[in-house]
Design a protein around this ligand. Sequence first.
Ligand code: SAH
Length: 249
Amino acid sequence: MGAMPEEIDGVTALLTECKEITSGRRTYYIGKYKDIDTVVVFSRWGKVAAATTVSTLIHEFNITELLFTGVAGAIHPDLKIGDIVVAKRLIHHDLDVRPIIKQYEIPLLDRTYLETADDRLKSAEKAINTLLENKNLHAAIGDEELDRFNIIHPKLFIGDVASGDQFFYKSSQKHALHTQLPDVLCVEMEGAAVAQVCFEHDIPFTVIRTISDDADESSPVSFAQFIEQVASKYSVEIVKNIYRQITSL
Ligand code: SAH
């Protein structure tokens, strides 16, 4: 599943025997990626949209595993545009049921963080490290384009991802989140919702986010350019490398 239509286009092109099913304003592309039965879909934006799409994947398409790629705004000062984040834990930064339960805790689930399974985390870590070491991105995107975004040595980060129904475009939003949840690496609008639905149905998930913007006043511009020129190629390379990793085990 991808959080940008541009991202899923490249991944859909990898499928063989591909057919399309449209349901609830989403188009599901069903086919094979090498030997794996695969469904590719654009989640649409925000937590409700993404949760609904995952639910359909589980109930109508019987998926047994979910890989979700997308872009995100940098919250932690170490992160730069072009870096890749593998979510170890996901949190709803806009969830607040105080005073009944503590801030950020998910009602009835008795937890604040949704955690990625260790084996998925390790596969994703190896796959992304290989991708970065082999300079696959440089080959796929081109040095000129990467230079334009000042992407020199993209890095992998593994840690907390925060999700909420807000696009961060003000430094005040960024600083507030960093102060409240200092371990959070990046912010986006779907991951925790997706992880929550997967958790409730025992479906292993991996959420991978490429940093598209700095979650501040520069976001709307850098975000739009990044999506168009770079993000689509990242997701294709991520999918290919995850496949190589899981089939080499
Ligand atoms: N392309 C749309 C906006 C999409 S919403 C438009 O131009 O109207 C932004 C998407 O990117 C969501 O999928 C969200 O998860 C992610 N994202 C990237 N940067 C973000 C930021 N600074 N704050 C919140 N979400 C961000």
